[in-house]
Design a protein around this ligand. Sequence first.
Ligand SMILES: [Zn+2]
Length: 317
Amino acid sequence: MFGKFTIFILAFTFIAFAGCTQRQNQSASIPQKNMKFKQLTPEEERVIVHKGTEVPFTGKYEKFNETGTYICKRCGAPLYRSGDKFDARCGWPSFDDEVPGAVKRIPDADGMRTEIECASCGAHLGHVFLGEGLTPKDTRHCVNSISLDFVPAGSEAQTDTAIFAGGCFWGVEYYMKKINGVISTEVGYTGGKTDHPDYKQVCSGTTGHYEAIEVVFDLHRTSFEEVAKMFFETHDPTEWNHQGPDWGEQYRSAVFYKTAEQKAITKKLIRLLKEKGYKVVTEVLPAKTFWKAEDYHQDYYDHKGATPYCHGYVKRF
Ligand SMILES: [Zn+2]
């Protein structure tokens, strides 16, 4: 029995070393309510998706002077600060600067203007005009109110962090990034014996590390329980020492809790799954140092434009 199992492991270790290849996954997509993108009304969709323009002097934020941050209506990314807003008397909210890196400029289809989009999700915001001399920065982001939401100062994101391991970290990150309320993710290694491990050392199976992901999320929009549920629904928590075709102890399923509350919630979710008949093998361990993986592992599938072969959404709760 043990001998056979060892051969089995050896055979699959070979496949695991081949690394993550791409294959279309057959599983269901993540339910809309858990998706990062907010469901839009038809009018919001007309502007945000189909690049329409709201009627001037009608938008919610045209005459609006509260202190805070304007965020993307669709994905929640911070786009503009109230300190950069000015009254251009053009009928739309105007800003002479953006949150660094938050707004993408592209030539408009009309061949004359410059369109602006949310750099995170591509939502259409409006247009940017230069050289009008309206403010010292000589820039006017002319934005549709309907493309924005507003977060008053003092109520900005309150965040929490969680660490999960569920097989190849490329696939885990692909799905965790899509959760509504997740602000950022990083893949790396944790739970092993050595400091500053690299991918080669971890794949050798001698360091004891898990391929893991660190997730930062907004407590106004989600919770550890919601994020942990998605973790259990986007990898198979019943597979021991492997995930799909990837075999090796670095592919173990584990939740590395940072607080007693995270530990209790994880144990509750595992109990619920066991009551449903799942033979869950996920380990529940105290968080240890999280070592960020090499840059080429970060946002792997987004950069490749591919989808994971070893992970997919399966409703379990
Ligand atoms: Zn966006």
